[in-house]
Design a protein around this ligand. Sequence first.
Ligand code: ADP
Length: 267
Amino acid sequence: MTYRVFCAPVPLEAGTGVLVSFEDISHLEDASQIRRDFVANVSHELRTPLTALIGFIETLRGPAKEDAAARDRFLAIMEKETRRMTRLVTDLLSLSRVESEERLRPAGEINLGHCLASARQALRPLAEEAGVAVSIEAPEAPVIVPGDADQLQQVFNNLIENAIKYGGRNKSVTLRLTRQEAEPMLRGPAARVDVIDEGEGIDPIHLPRLTERFYRVDSHRSREMGGTGLGLAIVKHIVNRHRGRLRISSKPGQGTVFSVILPAERG
Ligand code: ADP
């Protein structure tokens, strides 16, 4: 714990006394430590691909100058790294926008069935490349929640993209939408979206830290897949802003379910 100490002279009948007060400022220390870690992480995430790019540029100018096959291979890697850095900067901007809006109540009315359909459509090329079939199970009646359209779209895009990426080749991903009249955690009506994959699953020891910025179970695999390590942190912030809950349950070897539970209007 860290305290800030204030001392002030106080006039007393028998002379002058001293008033000493202690203020617990541990939370400020924690916040500045988190900020320092964040800046260090971002610097590391950017410096690694930049160092690789400089190395490739030097090689292309020198030893690989006349080697067409090597040139194509290096250019492909350079393109991949540059795209990942672009994604990182985009995710950093999203995170900072979401954080700055966290206290504002979202204003729109969102049809979650439509939201899931357009996420599936946007991710069709990725799913096709991985041979993953994405199916939607939803009730016939529309499920509507108060929310921010772009942000909720981002939540489902991120979760479905992860399910495709980490769910394994030629497997299935199911998006299950349900409405619950009395959700115990939210103490009222709620909409629930389960993003279910059939991948390797996640060891339970990782679950509590999974939504931290830059936390990855397997850094090498995440980077190979072009991941930034920020997707779930963004999801968590958006779900919090909507006063919802994010639940993760996973069975190693069998798959993972990410559940987003959002307060809904009374039906
Ligand atoms: P990334 O850009 O690395 O995918 P995320 O914040 O989206 O970053 O996810 C953090 C980590 O959580 C990933 O690196 C991965 O290890 C793990 N993860 C996320 N979704 C899944 C999933 N559906 N199955 C297994 N692991 C997952």
